[in-house]
Design a protein around this ligand. Structure first.
Ligand SMILES: [Zn+2]
Length: 294
């Protein structure tokens, strides 16, 4: 996204360094393939995807909004981030993997069906959800988003879709301005649990326990997807919450307990935000360790 931008390649390098430790040696790793156009078109109209390709510069950068930029390699990264989400769904729905984490960028949860926004171009978690439904017969898919920013794009895409439950914890008031408790979807299928700036792991746990986990249990999903943003960490330069890496590990374990009871443990998690690269690496390690059952 250009020099000085927080959504930068070092994020993935830091994650990869963390996952090189011996305790992760048993992880199966696959590289993200390009998404098929048909998978993207379950969420985004063909005209939008074509316009996105048109907007990519041959050299330098082009700005789609004040903080969402493209370079010549952006399209390849966007297609592979979504393709990684689809491949992870394939692995988990076929039973080849118990669960999966997709370490890819750019993130996706601010992208609406028709517009890029906030470092996001294609809504990866929405593409994953629709793929699970169209290609693997999942009837109900739940999405849990604990990024510090509200997943407004995901909420918009699933607003009137009763086959999906979207649950989010996020800082409010904060960018992008959506995510109030009163935003509940056309079928009471949206659950927003906003947190005040400065909230710690206790408030995060309470929001999960009181508002999100009971709804997740009742919904009985066939697959749980996680929009795993780690910018609610106390060291994050963009977010104003005060979570620690242990809080993300705890949340992951609680989601796994529900997944074990409701959908044979099927979870696909994908990276959203997280902009202090050292904190991001620690958070992802805690998250993946929990997914491994450790
Ligand atoms: Zn974020």
């Amino acid at each position: 996204m250009g020099p000085g931008h927080p959504e930068r390649p070092e994020r993935l390098r830091a994650i990869e360094r963390g996952l090189e430790e011996a305790r992760f040696a048993l992880l199966a790793r696959i590289s993200a393939p390009r998404a098929e156009l048909a998978a993207l078109e379950r969420v985004h109209p063909q005209s939008y995807l074509a316009a996105l390709e048109q907007a990519a510069p041959r050299e330098g950068y082009s700005a789609l909004d004040s903080d969402t930029l493209m370079c010549p390699d952006t399209i390849e990264a966007v297609w592979r981030a979504a393709g990684g989400a689809v491949a992870a769904v394939e692995e988990v729905m076929s039973g080849r993997a118990d669960n999966a984490f997709v370490a890819a960028r750019p993130p996706g949860h601010h992208a609406g069906a028709h517009n890029p926004m906030g470092f996001c171009f294609v809504n990866n978690v929405a593409v994953a959800a629709r793929h699970a439904q169209a290609a693997h017969g999942a009837e109900r898919v739940a999405i849990v988003d604990f990024d510090v920013h509200h997943g407004n794009g995901t909420q918009e895409i699933f607003w009137a879709d009763e086959s999906a439950l979207f649950c989010s914890t996020h800082q409010a008031p904060f960018y992008p301005g959506t995510g109030g408790r009163n935003e509940t979807g056309a079928h009471d299928n949206i659950v927003n649990a906003p947190l005040f700036a400065g909230s710690t792991g206790d408030a995060f746990r309470e929001a999960l326990d009181d508002r999100i986990l009971p709804r997740l249990r009742d919904f009985a999903p066939d697959l749980i997807l996680i929009s795993a943003g780690f910018d609610a960490h106390e060291r994050d330069p963009l977010g104003g919450l005060r979570l620690r890496e242990v809080d993300f590990g705890d949340a992951t374990k609680r989601l796994m307990e529900i997944a074990d009871k409701r959908c044979d443990g099927r979870i696909v998690s994908m990276l959203e935000g997280g902009y202090d690269v050292d904190a991001l690496s620690l958070c992802v390690s805690a998250h993946v360790l929990a997914l491994m059952g450790g």
